[in-house]
Design a protein around this ligand. Structure first.
Ligand SMILES: C[S@@+](CC[C@H](N)C(=O)[O-])C[C@H]1O[C@@H](n2cnc3c(N)ncnc32)[C@H](O)[C@@H]1O
Length: 247
């Protein structure tokens, strides 16, 4: 569904039908703007962590299908030796991704983030990621698929405990703050038959997911205001995003 919203090539009839429901309820331009705002945020977070904060290892969790400007392309522009592990529980991601993405420093792992140990202890992770050195763990547009009972903060904590001081976490999330209730219901309806339900959170709830990390400037903000650059970004009130640092 996300790939279709980004005008990608890898989507199916069922995704297009679900998005049609979303476009009907919210407006096509608005949904596409949210998807692109999120994707641009991901790009700036990776670029900045690589260029300004010296991060050379990225765990991109809930990475989605390969699309424009993937994490490893941006990270490896800063340093061809940068290592990126993509993780998604959708096996289609690995099928499409292997041919396109895998190289010496880039791997794809099929695993469910609700079981962090399945990621942290996987051979692919051990081969690529050195947890004694700083790492950036990215959860971009993925925690709205995790219910309160599944507890996003618990998932982040498992990665934080394994990470070296000076590591980062990057998160973006759909928010109920500023999203009219009718729009929220349209999102939820469109995801009724998807692999996971859609969970909206307030800014305060999203802030709680960063527990144990210190938010770096400018904090938890509308993603288009997070270190904007020349590329420009759609400006919506659908999301919050931020980056935290482990002391
Ligand atoms: C909206 S896409 C975001 C893609 C990418 N992170 C971005 O922001 O451009 C969300 C992705 O999270 C994946 N996902 C959802 N729940 C997951 C889980 N429990 N474990 C791993 N991946 C998950 C979905 O399969 C989907 O590919």
């Amino acid at each position: 569904m996300y790939d279709e919203a980004l005008h990608g090539k890898d989507h199916y009839e069922v995704d297009r039908r679900a998005n049609a429901t979303l476009y009907e309820g919210i407006g096509e331009a608005s949904v596409r703007a949210t998807a692109l705002e999120n994707r641009r945020f991901l790009g700036r977070v990776v670029r900045r962590l690589a260029a300004e904060h010296g991060i050379r290892q990225f765990l991109d969790i809930g990475s989605g299908l390969p699309t424009m400007r993937n994490t490893h392309q941006i990270a490896q522009e800063a340093d061809p030796g940068a290592r990126v592990l993509y993780v998604d529980y959708d096996p289609i991601v690995a099928v499409h991704g292997r041919a396109l993405l895998e190289g010496d420093n880039t791997r794809i792992l099929t695993a469910d983030m609700r079981e962090p140990a399945a990621i942290l202890d996987a051979p692919e992770t051990h081969d690529l990621i050195d947890f004694t050195r700083p790492v950036a763990v990215l959860f971009i547009a993925v925690f709205h698929f995790i219910t309160p009972a599944e507890d996003p903060a618990r998932i982040v904590a498992a990665f934080r405990e394994r990470s070296a001081p000076g590591s980062y976490v990057g998160i973006s999330h759909l928010t109920s703050d500023g999203t009219p209730p009718g729009e929220q219901r349209s999102w939820e309806k469109a995801f009724e038959n998807a692999t996971s339900p859609m969970v909206f959170r307030t800014r305060e709830e999203i802030n709680g997911i960063f527990d144990g990390y210190e938010l770096i400037e400018p904090g938890l903000v509308r993603p288009w205001t997070w270190h904007p650059d020349d590329e420009g970004s759609p400006q919506t009130t659908s999301l919050y995003g931020g980056v935290g640092r482990k002391r």
